[in-house]
Ligand binder design. Structure first.
Ligand code: Z5A
Length: 210
């Protein structure tokens, strides 16, 4: 079997597009290929980052400023990268991460309309040269994702935003994917799970050792 360097793979998309559901499918593809990997998420992935996640998503600090939100996202990421992501990649383990910095560009940049240059500065500071090798952008109209997510649980601090916010988030994701099409693959997530998984399988076929 050809050995390839440990890959850093991220999943992105607006709420309810099916990241969690398809993560299970991706795990099954990696398992079948005998790949050693870890699964993690953002914000979160370490005890400190999970505590920050609770602050960011919960209702306790509902009125936090947009800058605070941005800085907390990167504080959580700094800890996650240092304690989990880099050590795993250095040991040859693949990393499968539910959301990463593209989410900051999309939500804090697109959604909250914060200055993209500030995000770039923080990205450079916190990540240095680290970038995902592959990002799957699960894309579906905002109404479809909201309808799917709505069937599930109490809305978090982001899920309480209006459709205009999520449409800016989606537009930003799509723009980034068009500008970086080698790394970011757009998956049409509006159809049934089987059709989404078929597209994911095609992307992974090109990546996994044969
Ligand atoms: N955030 C941020 O602002 N800045 C950042 O830098 C980062 C994050 C990293 C937490 O994300 C929030 O943090 C997020 C952005 C912000 N807020 N929002 N919105 P999260 O990933 O934990 O939360 P989420 O985006 O809301 O994820 P989710 O609701 O768990 O959605 P999902 O994982 O994409 O969907 P799912 O749970 O797999 O599926 C939802 C339902 O749809 C479920 O019942 C499935 O069975 C069903 N489903 C899934 N796919 C299909 C298809 N194809 N057909 C039919 N039904 C389906």
């Amino acid at each position: 079997m050809t050995q390839i360097k440990a890959q850093f793979i991220t999943l992105e998309g607006t709420e309810g597009v099916g990241k969690t559901s398809n993560l299970e499918y991706i795990k099954s593809l990696l398992d079948s290929a005998g790949i050693d990997y870890i699964v993690t998420r953002e914000p979160g992935g370490t005890p400190l980052s999970e505590a920050l996640r609770d602050m960011l998503l919960g209702s306790q600090f509902k009125g936090m400023s947009d800058d605070t939100e941005l800085l907390l996202m990167f504080a959580a990421r700094a800890e996650h990268v240092a304690k989990v992501i880099l050590p795993a990649l250095q040991q040859g383990q693949w990393v499968l991460c539910d959301r990463f910095t593209d989410a900051t560009y999309a939500y804090q940049g697109g959604g909250r309309q914060l200055d993209m240059q500030r995000i770039q500065i923080l990205e450079q500071w916190v990540l240095g040269d680290l970038r995902p090798d592959l990002t799957l952008l699960l894309d579906a109209p905002v109404e479809i994702g909201r309808e799917r997510a709505g069937k599930r649980s109490e809305p978090d601090r982001f899920e309480q935003e209006r459709d205009a916010f999520f449409n800016r988030v989606r537009d930003c994701y799509l723009q980034r994917a068009r500008n970086d099409s080698t790394r970011m693959k757009i998956i049409d997530a509006s159809g049934d799970l089987a059709s989404v998984q078929q597209q994911i399988k095609t992307v992974f076929k090109a990546l996994l050792p044969s």
